[in-house]
Design a binder for this molecule. Structure first.
Ligand code: ATP
Length: 334
């Protein structure tokens, strides 16, 4: 379903929670709404679902205005963090629920549920009750239940927030694959930038009720439009006046007079590791975090704390020692 939202506004009392939000979503795309707590992500989702009234603005599905359409007529499926399954129903009955409400004939229900069971990898679990499933399996049932009535839009509000890190990682890949196979337009809310980057076709960064930036994860990472976006997506430090640092004059993506320095932009090391020392700044190692496959190094350069990585084969650095800090040529801009 193609979605178009224009000039969306929402107040809660005096509080302006959603401010003139505009966006368009292409049919079949998976969009991640990412941003700090209280930014307005859930409010936007609830207005799309028809669960919250809007103060002003227009929501169009397939070009048609749906502002007044009740939730059950919008053709939407939901998976929420706490959208619990029916405890007294089996996996089969949970998935079949929306189809029975629609008065689908029994044989059709059977067919559709088995299709969903197959699609979500739940074969063999049909007769189990929710308490006999793991958290990840329960969430897969929730997806199957949401998809069963063939909605045209899927809304996901932190669907994996309550699940262990390792299973969450597996579910992300699983979700990406599922959405691709079903080809359904989907919007998911998350706090987790890694999740958004990995799963979404496009990310919308929501902050203080506004869309700060919308684009592919790659575009947003490479070309953040505001310092907020730059620091929210990926690790980075913003240097207010890069011209004062030797070798940093053209460093990073410039945001006005500022330079954005990400860990992969720079390298630290001892004098003998660099050939062209004239173009380097001096720094002091402040922290070293062992990350298994490499070191994460925090280096202080003229009062700025920058992070970078260092491979394990190289000489080990020590906290407090002086090092050279070099900006990789690929990250120098004119
Ligand atoms: P989170 O990531 O914490 O879920 P969010 O980005 O989804 O946050 P919303 O839940 O949309 O943010 O809330 C946006 C703002 O509106 C918050 O400041 C919140 O306190 C406020 N708000 C949301 N719902 C209501 C309500 N029913 N009544 C009053 N204020 C509300």
């Amino acid at each position: 379903m193609h979605i178009e939202v224009s000039n969306l506004n929402k107040h809660f009392g005096d509080f302006h929670a959603v401010k003139d939000v505009n966006f368009e979503i292409e049919k079949g795309h998976l969009i991640g709404l990412l941003g700090p707590s209280g930014g307005g992500k859930t409010s936007i989702l609830r207005m799309l679902a028809g669960l919250e009234n809007l103060d002003s603005g227009e929501i169009r599905f397939h070009g048609e205005l749906v502002n007044e359409l009740p939730p059950q007529e919008r053709g939407i499926g939901f998976v929420f963090q706490n959208y619990a399954l029916f405890k007294h129903m089996t996996v089969f009955e949970n998935i079949a629920f929306g189809l029975k409400v629609k008065k689908m004939p029994k044989t059709k229900v059977m067919e559709r549920v088995m299709e969903l069971v197959e699609l979500t990898g739940l074969k063999g679990f049909e007769k189990r009750y929710p308490h006999q499933l793991s958290g990840g399996q329960r969430q897969r049932v929730a997806f199957a239940r949401a998809l069963a009535p063939e909605p045209q839009l899927l809304l996901l509000d932190e669907p994996f927030a309550a699940i262990d890190a390792k299973i969450r990682q597996e579910l992300r890949t699983w979700l990406r694959d599922l959405i691709e196979r079903v080809g359904i337009t989907s919007i998911f809310v998350t706090h987790d930038q890694d999740e958004a980057i990995e799963v979404a076709d496009e990310i919308m960064i929501i902050n203080h009720g506004r869309v700060e930036q919308k684009g592919t994860p790659w575009d947003i990472y490479k070309e953040p439009k505001t310092p907020f976006v730059a620091t929210f997506i990926g690790e980075s430090t913003v240097i207010e006046d890069a011209s004062k640092l030797k070798g940093f004059e053209k460093a990073g993506k410039i945001l006005g007079t500022r330079a954005l320095i990400r860990p992969e932009y720079i390298e630290v090391g001892h004098d003998n590791e660099f050939i062209l020392m004239s173009a380097t700044e001096e720094g002091i190692i402040r922290h070293l975090h062992f990350r298994g496959s490499e070191w994460l190094v925090e280096v202080e350069v003229v009062g700025h704390k920058l992070n970078t990585y260092r491979s394990l084969e190289k000489e080990t650095l020590r906290i407090g020692e002086k090092v050279r800090v070099l900006v990789h040529r690929a990250y120098l801009f004119n």
